[in-house]
Design a protein around this ligand. Structure first.
Ligand code: SP5
Ligand code: ZN
Length: 347
């Protein structure tokens, strides 16, 4: 199995994030995650780790707004200049907004920290010097996997970092800057309809948003109920798409403590929707924070459950791009990823 991976992710390594209650903690989404996954893949004998091809910005612009991409590329340098001019003390070389728009329609401030508030939904998407290069390389991994599958391979794994499914057309959030899965899915629509199934613990709000009115992409997310969990403002069961996309988005909000059996029941419903839609290809947003031991989650899905999820997805027998999203229990991360992917070797 081709595994697309770039070392560039190491340049994205922020010193802290801010959680609910205002507490600063080391960023859960850290470079070590990739080392854990690579180590587990190295023991398998079937993972072919390959650097991504460069598809340029074209297929990224097909998903993200030009002004947002400009912001991501220039924000860090602008912030170095602006914080100096304003005499703002920055203890760490990192850009965080502290003000968010109550109404977004007003437009964008010239101040870069003002624009950071405009383009960011929370305090888990810091921008450091290497954030844009890392995010761009991560998107190229997703595109490389999409191309591999478009060429006829049965499955490819995009080992993306930073992850992507919280990023919208013009906003970052939840460790995500460019929506890798959405970029892969939009690329694959050249072959026909695409389904995206998001199994990360958190609702895939960015992917939902990007394809909400799209008639050629079915998006489904299975996740913790946003009424009680991040991302709070999207991922509810009554959000089902609009316009040409009416009926083509589905959310499966689940309660705390959801274990293998309950999770797999929701997955079965999701898979039935995929079959009814009849896509040419499948993109899986693979977050391993559904695992019982995840520090950010509260589901009770086991490693065996993750393998069963892999079997369910593989049984669709669709050309499949698996895109790495979240998962913060580093001890278990490698085994869970290998467990999910293994299913595609058999089916
Ligand atoms: C890609 C991805 O999984 N992003 C997740 C971003 C979640 N950010 C907010 C986390 C809030 C955590 N609060 C609960 C902490 C329990 N110890
Ligand atoms: Zn997550």
């Amino acid at each position: 199995m081709k595994v697309y991976y770039s070392e560039t992710h190491r340049q994205h390594d922020a010193p802290f994030e801010v959680l609910e209650g205002g507490v600063s903690v080391p960023v859960f989404e850290c470079p070590e995650r990739m080392d854990r996954i690579l180590a587990a893949l190295a023991t398998t004998g079937w993972a072919e780790v390959t650097p991504p091809r460069d598809f340029g910005l074209g297929p990224i612009r097909a998903v993200h707004a030009a002004d947002y991409l400009d912001y991501l590329q220039t924000a860090y340098d602008d912030w170095q200049a602006e914080s100096g001019q304003l005499g703002i003390e920055t203890l760490n070389p990192v850009l965080y907004p502290a003000t968010f728009p109550p109404r977004r329609g007003r437009g964008k401030p010239s101040s870069v920290v003002g624009r950071a508030g405009y383009y960011t939904m929370d305090l888990s998407a810091p921008i450091v010097a290497g954030t844009y290069p890392a995010a761009a390389a991560s998107a190229q991994c997703a595109l490389s996997a999409a191309e591999e599958v478009a060429r006829g391979d049965r499955v490819a794994f995009a080992l993306c970092r930073p992850p992507g499914h919280h990023a919208g057309r013009d906003y970052a959030g939840g460790y995500c800057y460019l929506n890798n899965a959405a970029i892969a899915a939009r690329y694959l629509t050249r072959r026909g309809k695409v389904a995206v199934v998001d199994v990360d613990y958190h609702a895939g709000n960015g992917t939902q948003d990007i394809f909400y009115e799209a008639g050629d992409v079915l998006t489904i997310s299975i996740h913790a109920d946003p009424a009680r969990q991040y991302p709070y403002f999207m991922g509810y069961a009554d959000e089902t798409g609009e316009g040409p996309g009416a009926g083509l988005h589905r959310n499966f909000p689940l309660p705390p403590g959801t274990g293998d059996a309950a999770y797999l029941r929701a997955l079965d419903e999701a898979l039935a929707l995929v079959r009814a839609f009849g896509p040419e290809s499948l993109v899986v947003s693979a977050g391993m924070d559904i695992y019982a031991g995840d520090p950010l989650g509260d589901f009770a899905v086991t490693t065996e459950g993750v393998r069963a999820i892999g079997r369910g997805l593989a049984a669709l027998r669709l050309p499949t791009v698996v895109v790495m999203e979240g998962g913060y229990n580093n001890e278990a991360l490698g085994e869970n990823v290998v467990g999910l992917l293994s299913a595609f070797l058999i089916e």
